[in-house]
Ligand binder design. Sequence first.
Ligand code: FMN
Length: 360
Amino acid sequence: MEKSKEAKIKEIMKRKEEHIRICLEKHVESKAVSTLFEDVRLVNNSLPEMNFDEIDTSVNFLGHKFSAPIMVGAMTGGAELAKKINRNLAEACEELGLGMAVGSQRAALYDKILEETYSTARKHGPTIFLGANIGAAQLSKGLSMHDAKSLVEMLDADALYVHLNPTQEIVQPEGDPAYANVLSRISELAKNVDKPVVAKEVGCGISGEVAKKLEAAGVSAVEVAGTGGTSYSAVEYYRALEYGNREKATLGKLFWDWGIPTAAALIDVRRSVRIPVVSSGGLRNGLEVAKSMALGASLCAMAKPLLGPASDSGKSARMYLESVINGLKATMFLTGSRNIRELGKARYVITGELADWAKE
Ligand SMILES: Cc1cc2nc3c(=O)[nH]c(=O)nc-3n(C[C@H](O)[C@H](O)[C@H](O)COP(=O)(O)O)c2cc1C
């Protein structure tokens, strides 16, 4: 292996480990803003007219059955700890009938040796919905269709996620804000990869206008990944501090809370496209999952809350997900929703700042 390639791999592995460590140790969530799910009030139903155990939380997403509308958002791969996390997440999802996406597979394109830090998810989750993952900047810089297909094959994936992360690329010490021609490359991907392509953000939210362009480019679903949860500006701020990079640390601080609150992004995107919309970014419990479904989401994704449990064991990750499903079921009972279709029709009131965002 030539030296530059070896150095590149080491750099990527180090970065992956730093992301995990910082997310586990530091406060990396939005500070002065929120998802705005607190501005969605579901209306209590004192006469649910059913028993709790009749509730059916199952959904279909991109042709795959989920026992509940919950998946683990894209996080990691490309390092030893990442392999353990992906294995534990996959075990939990397999037991519960849920799904997950791995983090950017760019590292595995550099060196096949890293493939198993991602493919362990398929090994331990043989029947789960599993998403492959690559960054939009990679597309802009010329990712070949051959490589894109290999990302899917590596995992026998059910979909290919493309993450849009311009804020992160601006703030990250070694970031590369290369976003020219991304839309046409996404369109090329959608035509050439024989699995659905899903576009997602990483915590700054997708607007209705952008979602429309993505739909026209041929993506099969949009995951909003809005603001109010994990802030990548915060994560990169801490990395920049560690590297003594003052310029990037200043940018990280400036854009800490940048983005579209998740509930606002969900309403905007739901109104703008016909394809399935995934709610994500700061979802932390079953009530917020229920609110997302009432606002028209097809599925919900949660990332950082699973990082700690999955660094521990598959059982810890499963217990966290079970508590979210319990909260969802309780909300379904209290809104008189027998299944997710009925939850989608549950009455709600929008208040506060979200009412401003939701104005047509
Ligand atoms: C440690 C960590 C690594 C992540 N890496 C990726 C990634 O490689 N690709 C991606 O699409 N999103 C990545 N994300 C973003 C998440 O998928 C998600 O959009 C974001 O964290 C917001 O959701 P949350 O508030 O539930 O964490 C990462 C998140 C975390 C916490």
